[in-house]
Design a protein around this ligand. Structure first.
Ligand code: ADP
Ligand code: SF4
Length: 688
């Protein structure tokens, strides 16, 4: 197939100062959890996007100096020659596919409290950045930079730029966003200086201007210099001489960088969960920039539709289509559009499991793309699966795990039969994607079903609940059991250890809601799962007009949702929907009329009236079908996968299904172990 001419504009080359990008697809800097400790893992992850057609491929934040240390969060560095070599592995791999390589040179200022290097954090005026925020909490308060500190900072940036060019980068970022040091100078709340770097907007942009100049001079104009700016706050601040302070900033800087990369200011708005935020949500803060500068502009918005991308260019909002999450979910998004295969794009669902990986301090994981982060370690390619198998596999269960297993087994060349008890495929997503805000999650099913329906060696059997006898009769050499998990109607103790089944009227779990149970209000939702399900169920019940009280053992609603940037928005949504929220409590009893609660630390007992109770706590896997098949013995090889094997997020089920399929029938699986480059390799004279 060939490209739809409607999308030609996306494949035009665009100049960025001294460099030219081959098309408008720009993988903007984003966290990957891949530090200099895993140079080959990182290179393979980024190079996959270059192979998939992205014209520019960037690193994540890359510290320029030990005074910017984000530990325990994972971050890259460009501090010395070992780091140069580490990044060179990536730039070489990216260049091999004709893409430009960009590096996000980064200094965290007050937002990086240097837990490992133990330098005093730097800031314009000694004001901390979110120092009491869960996950960023620190008792260290920053130093107010003096004139010498500012000179040092500019010099460090220039020296890092020299190393970046040596590492092979084409585009060097000055990063004035997301609470980091140059951004702190731009905002009057953080910058209270009375010297030439504080006060008026003219003074507050001075540091950014000097950083751009120093970066360009350091590489003598050979590298392009990009400026990444967070605009949410600046755009909202009135100005006496322009439409907003954001407009003023752009007017002062309009000719300074070779490219503007404009974004939001906070993780929850910048990398917003689809549950509360639609595609293209950045446009209101980005749209004015192109009117004020001739320099190309890149911005993001979880773009997966080529028509939206074309509209962004044609409406004069963006020159480059920025992608972070869409490039993780489908590194081959540009190549698919180029080949007229846009209906095969594995669209990001906006679940933010990827960002949770960074919060967890590990390599990126993705719900839609189980190969993300495994390109080098396991040699997994998101599009290419070696056809190395023959024979027949029966997959039982058509949820995320079963669908992914069937797809990957089919690609390996097996004849695959996929049996699903229900009329529709999708497993837990049949229900979950109908919960408020979760409709885009159904893309996990849509992509896989779309692919499976094109495969001649795959047969789909809906409305086929199989027994062990059915499976034996079918006679496939391998059976993959992906029959899912069930929510348990059990309460827990203050340490969230589950107890016995709660015997009382009108006690439900999400499985009952999925089966269509009518819930009588007022209803209490007790959540000790603490991811999305409890809050989503509460929102769904409130949407039916019921009085809802949400109770959790944690200190906040959807406590794990902090990891996926959902939590603040859950609280806002509860307030908007009138859902009462009670934290740090356990449900100790329910008789169909009264709910008994206890504060988890003091044990203080409380009671509230409720007609129904929905418990969102423990999910249990295991499968009677699997037990029966294994117990039977026989010639069939039986493999348990997905939630039936170990219940988790959808990302876990997809990953397990993929892994089961990749490894099925193989005698040996090799897994690579990466290692950092040691400084001694480069500086023997200094070390001797
Ligand atoms: P996972 O997340 O691991 O894919 P799900 O719960 O989403 O798990 O999906 C499991 C699917 O398996 C459900 O759609 C369910 O209807 C189906 N299923 C369960 N038992 C059987 C069975 N014996 N035969 C066919 N399908 C089954
Ligand atoms: Fe998109 Fe979710 Fe994958 Fe992140 S983890 S890229 S949000 S599908």
């Amino acid at each position: 197939m060939s490209r739809n001419p409607r999308y030609d504009v996306l494949f035009q080359p665009v100049r960025i100062g001294p460099k030219t990008a081959k098309n408008r697809f720009f993988q903007v800097p984003h966290a990957s959890g891949m530090t200099n400790a895993a140079p080959h893992v990182r290179a393979a992850f980024r190079a996959m996007k270059a192979e998939g057609g992205w014209g520019v491929v960037s690193t994540g934040a890359c510290s320029i100096h030990p005074t910017s240390d984000d530990s325990p969060f994972p971050f890259a560095s460009l501090w010395d020659e070992a780091d140069v070599r580490s990044h060179a592995v990536m730039t070489e791999a990216v260049h091999a596919h004709g893409a430009l390589a960009a590096v996000e040179l980064w200094h965290g200022g007050a937002a990086a409290v240097n837990r490992t290097t133990r330098h005093a954090p730097l800031s314009p005026s000694g004001v901390p950045w979110m120092a009491t925020h869960v996950g960023f909490m620190s008792s260290a308060r920053p130093k107010a930079m003096d004139a010498a500190d500012i000179r040092d900072f500019i010099r460090w940036h220039a020296e890092a730029a020299v190393r970046a060019e040596r590492a092979g980068f084409d585009i060097l970022y000055v990063y004035a966003g997301m609470g980091y040091l140059p951004y702190q100078f731009l905002l009057s709340d953080y910058n209270r200086r009375t010297d030439a770097y504080g006060g008026s907007v003219r003074n507050r942009v001075r540091l950014v201007e000097e950083l751009i100049d120093a970066t360009r001079e350091a590489t003598r104009g050979r590298c392009a210099v990009a400026l990444r700016l967070s605009m949410q706050e600046l755009r909202a601040r009135p100005s006496e001489v322009a439409e907003s302070e954001g407009h003023e900033v752009i007017q002062f800087l309009k000719d300074a960088p070779d490219l503007f990369d404009i974004k939001m200011d906070y993780s929850a708005t910048d990398c917003a969960a689809s549950r509360y935020t639609p595609e293209g949500s950045h446009e209101p803060v980005v749209e004015f920039v192109k009117r004020l500068t001739d320099r190309p502009v890149v911005g993001v918005g979880r773009f997966t539709s080529p028509d939206t991308m074309v509209a962004m260019v044609k409406r004069g909002v963006l020159d480059f289509i920025g992608g972070a999450r869409p490039s993780i979910a489908d590194p081959f998004l540009p190549a698919k559009i180029d080949a007229g295969r846009e209906d095969e794009i594995r669209e990001c669902i906006g679940c933010n499991i990827c960002i949770s990986s960074w919060h967890d301090g590990v390599w990126v994981r993705c719900t839609q793309n189980p190969t993300a982060g495994e390109e080098w370690r396991r040699g997994w390619h998101p599009e290419v699966v070696t056809r190395d198998a023959e024979g027949e596999v029966l997959v039982v269960g058509g949820g995320p795990a079963g669908l992914e297993a069937a797809l990957t087994l089919g690609r390996r060349g097996y004849r695959v039969a996929l049996a699903e008890a229900a009329r529709d495929f999708g497993g837990r997503l049949r229900f979950e994607s109908r919960l408020p805000g979760l409709s885009q999650w159904h893309r996990v099913v849509d992509y896989r079903l779309g692919q499976l329906r094109r495969m001649e060696n795959v047969s789909l059997y809906p409305e086929s609940r199989l027994t062990a006898a059915d499976v034996a009769e079918f006679g496939a050499g391998h059976v993959v059991v992906a029959t899912g998990a069930t929510w348990q109607p059990v309460l827990c103790n203050p340490n969230e250890l589950p107890g016995a089944r709660l015997e009382a009227p009108r006690v439900y779990t999400p499985d009952d809601l999925a089966a269509g149970a009518e819930i009588e209000g007022p209803v209490a939702v007790f959540d000790y799962d603490n991811y999305y399900m409890g809050s989503a169920v509460a929102e769904a019940l409130a949407g039916q007009g019921k009085a809802v009280t949400y109770i959790t053992t944690a200190g906040a609603a959807a406590a794990w949702g902090f990891m996926t940037n959902e939590q603040p928005l859950v609280h806002a949504s509860f307030a908007a929907k009138g859902i009462a929220c009670r934290t740090l409590e356990v449900v100790t009893g329910f008789d169909g009329e009264t709910l008994r609660l206890a504060q988890i630390f003091s044990g203080e007992a409380r009671e509230i009236p409720a007609r129904s109770l929905v418990i969102v706590g423990l999910r249990q896997g295991g499968s009677a079908l699997y037990e029966a098949l294994v117990g039977k013995g026989g010639p069939q090889r039986v493999h348990l996968t997905g939630d039936a094997n170990a219940p988790g997020a959808i990302a876990h089920a997809v990953y397990q299904g993929h892994k089961t399929a990749r490894e099925l029938g193989l005698a040996r699986v090799s897994v690579g172990r990466d290692a950092p480059f040691a400084p001694r390799d480069f500086l023997p004279e200094a070390a001797e």
